[in-house]
Design a protein around this ligand. Structure first.
Ligand code: UGA
Length: 371
């Protein structure tokens, strides 16, 4: 509809886009480089191209996650590459969208952060975002850039914290889901991001935690806490592999449900499934796997796997079911049918999303995380 109303246009020509716009968002990727720092090459390239096409004052928005100091860097590149000096402001406006719920998150953000020292740019950005009802925070560029990293690293810390707790809960016969619930009632803690599981994955938490560590190192600070968060995350998948292996006495056929790093996306980047499956293969187990949407991507990351057409086909002839991604459809499976299809009625629920009582009643050996 936006296209037919002339409010949204697409072009492969950068200068056409630049000339037509007052505000230009840089949204290119900033993946980890070989040292864990953010690779800024795409940002730099785009800054050069847009500088060359500038025809009047522009607000250039750093939307991608970029290290502290990036708005200065982009401003410098623009200055060096403009054909003639034109005014512009480079501002930081980090995005907080989650994959799988990006539109919803964009329209209903918890906050909008604008990092700029320019009143002119702050005014334009405030007007741009005025239809969206959310607290608008205007701050300096470095703080805005830090807010993005600090938020992702803090959320990653919550996940690693609850995963570490889960490992202790398991040893002392407590249930981490109950523990997280009891913690969450404390408003200072909250319920969110306390779901124990196979560790965080995706293109953001691992990459941004590594980048933050690199920023800290570069500034002479040894961020041990964040290193611990990454270490716990790494170890979680090894713990799961050992646990699954402990349930199987011999080389077995392992049925895996879910491959993407979380539901509602086909993204396999840093998915816990990769390490869990590799670990199980190393122990000699055969893998048959199903994911509703991620199989095409999974083929780029995983070798020697049989892909099944659905959950029941995954169960057929397998010695255990390992649920790695909590796709909604897995919660409503006919587990009696699953049991009939499996060689052995064992389920390892790495997301604690199934009901242990129901499964045990049916005759399953149920293993979750920290329960
Ligand atoms: C994350 C942030 O949540 C967004 O705010 C941010 O904008 C985005 O990174 C980004 O930097 O672009 P995303 O990576 O899409 O979003 O996914 P999340 O929903 O945050 O989940 C990240 C990982 O943590 C997933 O592997 C998920 O399974 C795991 N997780 C999350 C848990 O294991 N337990 C939880 O309680 C929550």
């Amino acid at each position: 509809q936006a296209v037919s109303l002339g409010r949204l246009q697409f072009s492969a020509d950068v200068s056409e886009g630049v000339v037509a716009s007052d505000v230009i968002f840089i949204t290119v990727g900033t993946p980890s480089d070989h040292n864990g720092a953010a690779d800024m090459s795409a940002v730099k390239a785009v800054a050069v191209t847009l500088a060359q096409s500038m025809d009047r004052y522009k607000v250039v928005v750093d939307k991608s996650t970029m290290p502290v100091g990036s708005s200065k860097l982009v401003a410098k590149i623009i200055q060096e590459n403009q054909p003639s000096p034109l005014e512009y402001d480079v501002i930081s406006n980090p995005e907080f969208l989650r994959e799988g719920s990006a539109v919803e998150d964009f329209l209903n953000p918890d906050r909008i952060v604008i990092g700029t020292d320019s009143e002119r740019a702050a005014g334009i950005m405030s007007e741009l975002y005025s239809p969206i009802r959310a607290p608008l925070m205007i701050t300096d560029p470095a703080s805005a850039e830090m807010i993005k990293y600090a938020s992702n690293c803090f959320l990653a810390t919550k996940v690693s914290f609850i995963n570490a707790m889960a490992n202790i809960c398991e040893a002392v016969d407590a249930d981490v889901k109950e523990v997280a619930l009891g913690m969450g009632y404390d408003r200072r803690i909250g319920f969110e991001f306390l779901r124990a599981g196979p560790g965080f994955g995706g293109s953001c938490f691992p990459k941004d935690s590594r980048a933050m560590l690199s920023i800290a190192r570069g500034n002479g600070y040894d961020f041990q806490l964040l290193q611990g968060v990454l270490d716990v995350n790494q170890a979680q998948q090894d713990i799961i592999v050992d646990s699954i292996n402990g349930l199987l006495n011999e080389k077995s056929r392992v049925g895996v449900l879910g491959l993407s790093f979380k539901p509602n996306t086909d993204d396999m980047r840093d998915s816990p499934a990769i390490k869990v499956i590799a670990g199980l293969q190393k122990k000699g187990h055969d893998i048959v796997a199903y994911d509703p949407v991620a199989v095409d991507n999974a083929k780029k990351y995983l070798q020697n796997i049989t892909y099944a057409a659905g959950p029941y086909e995954t169960a057929e002839g397998s010695d255990i079911i390992v649920l790695i991604t909590e796709w909604e459809e897995f919660k409503y499976l006919d587990w009696r049918k699953m049991k009939d299809l499996l060689n052995k009625p064992i389920v390892f629920d790495t997301r604690n999303c199934l009901d242990p009582q129901t499964l045990r009643r049916i005759g399953f050996t149920y293993q979750g995380i920290g329960r």
